[in-house]
Design a binder for this molecule. Structure first.
Ligand code: BTN
Length: 258
């Protein structure tokens, strides 16, 4: 059982997570926030579900997560100031935040995989799916969906990357309330930094990505592109060096090439 009071005591934010909604079971926290725009309006709202029936992953995959063991939640951004940032930056920032939260609380190092997976020893324990709603030529809202394998130790079903959890890596149970509070505290802090200096977030992401400089394959649909992962550009897109030139990659699954 998630103890809301314990989480609340550890939350040090001004607006992220101050409107906290706890759900036992629903389809998908992302879908719920996107579908009920009139119901969920407050920027910084966090919706957490113990179980998602249709948890969404990137590229229309399912996000599998056992009930009550992990963290599956979404953060709503709906205010003009925070919607004015580059949404790709928010994506990268979120993976940096998860990595830093885990390092601060458990002294456990993790690495980042483009665009926004968080891995330990080559296994994935967290994924991010950011979805937006647009009105006219402006973002009306952004929903940052975060799935973290916390205390689950058995993984069945299909995973596009080998899964792990914090409990498997640390060999002890994790207090989900402390982890969520730390993530939201850092998220708000880093959002402020992002508004002033996106470069510092991009550089932190680069320092945590161990694939830069490696030969990688990027799979997008039925296309496979192989090259050297040169860098990420100012928008957070991957710069792939191939055939003597540089190509910007906007989507795709990346793995080390043999
Ligand atoms: C991925 O790695 O493919 C992204 C996974 C994102 C999963 C989270 S769980 C909470 C939020 N609600 C969803 O339906 N998906 C995201």
């Amino acid at each position: 059982m998630f103890e809301i009071e314990s989480f609340d005591i550890q939350l040090e934010t001004n607006f992220i997570g101050r409107n906290f909604i706890y759900a036992d079971e629903l389809s998908s926290t992302n879908e719920e926030l996107l579908r009920n725009k009139k119901l969920y309006t407050k920027s910084g709202t966090v919706l957490l579900a113990e179980k998602q029936i249709q948890g969404r992953g990137r590229k229309n995959r399912i996000w599998h997560s056992s009930k009550g063991q992990n963290l599956t939640f979404s953060i709503l951004l709906s205010d003009e100031k925070n919607l004015n940032v580059n949404i790709n930056h928010v994506n990268l920032l979120t993976s940096v935040v998860i990595s830093n939260a885990v390092e601060n609380l458990y002294q456990l190092r993790s690495e980042l995989k483009w665009p926004n997976d968080v891995l330990i020893g080559g296994k994935k324990f967290a994924g991010i799916l950011t979805e937006t709603s647009v009105q006219g030529n402006k973002f009306e809202l952004a929903v940052i969906g975060i799935g973290i394998n916390v205390n689950q130790t058995v993984f069945q079903g299909e995973y596009n990357y080998p899964p792990t959890s914090l409990k498997l890596e640390l060999r002890h149970e994790i207090k989900r309330e402390s982890l969520l509070a730390e993530i939201l505290n850092l998220f708000e802090e880093d959002l402020v930094t992002l508004l002033k200096s996106p470069d510092s977030i991009l550089n932190e992401w680069r320092s945590k990505c161990k694939m830069i400089g490696d030969k990688v394959s990027v799979i997008d649909g039925d296309k496979i592109k192989t090259g050297i992962f040169d860098d990420i550009d100012e928008n957070g897109f991957m710069v792939l060096k191939r055939d003597g030139g540089f190509e910007k990659i906007h989507f795709g699954d990346v793995s080390l090439a043999l």
